[in-house]
Design a binder for this molecule. Structure first.
Ligand code: NAD
Length: 383
């Protein structure tokens, strides 16, 4: 077995996503399985170089996982010949600058979403990357969730007939931080620091809608900052300036209407933290992160509206579970493997910077729609 080592800078590795999903669940998991196999028997072998601001934290992570390469000096890491890929899981605001630096150093770039805070900046990154001739990728992890994979299987199999609508509920209660610590970093609640649920979630909704149901043609959104004051990691009270809930309606090519609620101010009365109900003429489905339930037209009950009588049917029990029928790996890891094959073996990879820029565009136009109180058409983005 020939190993093909590939140096990968993991910047922001001390953060929630950088550490858990990208380092541990993806790159180290790939090493544990013996690398990414290529058709000629070679195995791509990630060599992570941990980059961040705090040397002690980097050293601690390195020692915990037997990794010897870490540095607080991004420029020095980018100057190394054995580094081929720059990966960014920093806070969103720091991303654009670091990615530019990586492109200038001639590295391929893979990054967390959103690619940038504004469409123009995201598009510019796509242009600069094209000119430099490097490979790019943006995380679109939700596509690889078992629940959504099963949903895609239903769509591909023609289960729904004509699809009419998609209704998505995403959210949970994020504690304010006073009497119980918040379970998300405080920058998410300050717009000056790149926070806000629209910037966070609309890039996800863009690729989910587009890949499953069709291109998004219009957006109309109402946003709110329901909790005006929160308490940060250091116990300081701060004004929450970013949107913490977004109520969006999206019209898709082909006539499908999608309504997606995203909120950090709801308590969960669902089976999963995100669920999408899809209604089609022939059948309906409710897909979450892992599970997917269906009801075919032939098994659809005929409720009659009569508020004088108590409900006698257990509507939720009238749905059936879609079986796995395959093994689902961690979605972040599956996408890493695809990006590594793209870089090393030239395999196609369509979730590039332009795809990432379209996600940023949906967030930007969603915010504009909320500000201006109107529905906004989404122009096509070109390189
Ligand atoms: N794909 C997903 O499902 C998903 C989920 C959550 C977050 N994200 C994205 O991942 C990125 C990181 O989010 P997170 O939740 O891991 O955040 P986090 O706050 O846990 O981690 C942020 C990382 O950036 C570093 N950093 C660099 N410069 C910084 C600065 N000036 N201020 C603060 N931190 C700085 C931190 O040290 C840390 O390593 C964000 O862009 C976010 O949009 C993606």
């Amino acid at each position: 077995m020939t190993r093909r080592p590939i140096g990968i800078i993991v910047n922001g590795v001390t953060g929630r996503m950088g550490y858990r999903q990208h380092l541990v669940r993806s790159l180290l998991a790939i090493r544990e399985q013996g690398g990414v196999p290529l058709p000629d028997g070679t195995r791509i072998w990630p060599e992570p170089i941990l980059v961040g601001r705090n040397e002690a934290k980097l050293r601690e992570i390195g020692e915990r996982h037997g990794l010897t390469e870490w540095t607080t000096d991004l420029s020095a890491a980018l100057a190394r010949d054995d580094v081929e890929i720059y990966f960014d899981a920093q806070v969103t605001q720091q991303r654009e600058k670091a990615i530019r630096q990586a492109i200038e150093a001639g590295k391929h770039v893979y990054t967390e979403k959103p690619l940038a805070e504004e469409t123009a900046a995201a598009l510019e990154l796509a242009r600069v990357a094209d000119t430099a001739g490097i490979r790019t990728g943006v995380v679109q992890d939700k596509l690889f969730l078992p629940g959504l994979r099963k949903l895609k299987r239903l769509i591909d199999g023609g289960f729904f007939g004509r699809i009419l609508s998609v209704r998505g509920e995403f959210g949970y209660w994020v504690f304010e931080g006073d009497w119980q610590p918040a379970q998300r970093p405080s920058w998410n609640y300050r717009s000056a620091d790149g926070g806000g649920i629209v910037v966070d979630m609309f890039p996800h909704w863009h690729y989910v809608l587009e890949e499953l149901f069709g291109p998004v043609e219009t957006v109309s959104a109402h946003i709110a900052t329901h909790i005006p004051e929160r308490v940060d990691e250091f116990g300081h009270t701060y004004p929450a300036t970013a949107d913490d809930a977004a109520y969006g309606t999206f019209e898709l090519a082909g006539g499908v209407v999608a309504q997606l609620n995203s909120s950090w101010c709801v308590r969960v009365n669902r089976d999963e933290l995100v669920e999408f109900q899809v209604d089609g003429v022939e059948g309906s489905a409710v897909a979450g992160l892992r599970n997917c339930r269906i009801q075919h037209r032939a098994a659809t009950p005929k409720p009659v509206w009569n508020p004088d009588l108590p409900a006698t049917e257990n509507f939720r029990a009238q749905w059936s579970e879609v079986p796995d029928n395959e093994e689902f790996d961690n979605g972040f890891k599956v996408q890493w493997e695809a990006f590594l094959r793209h870089v090393v073996a030239d395999e196609p990879f369509r979730w590039d910077f332009l795809a990432g820029a379209r996600g940023v565009q949906l967030a930007e136009l969603g915010l504009r729609s909320a500000r201006e109180g109107r529905r906004i058409e989404i122009p096509e983005l070109h390189r």
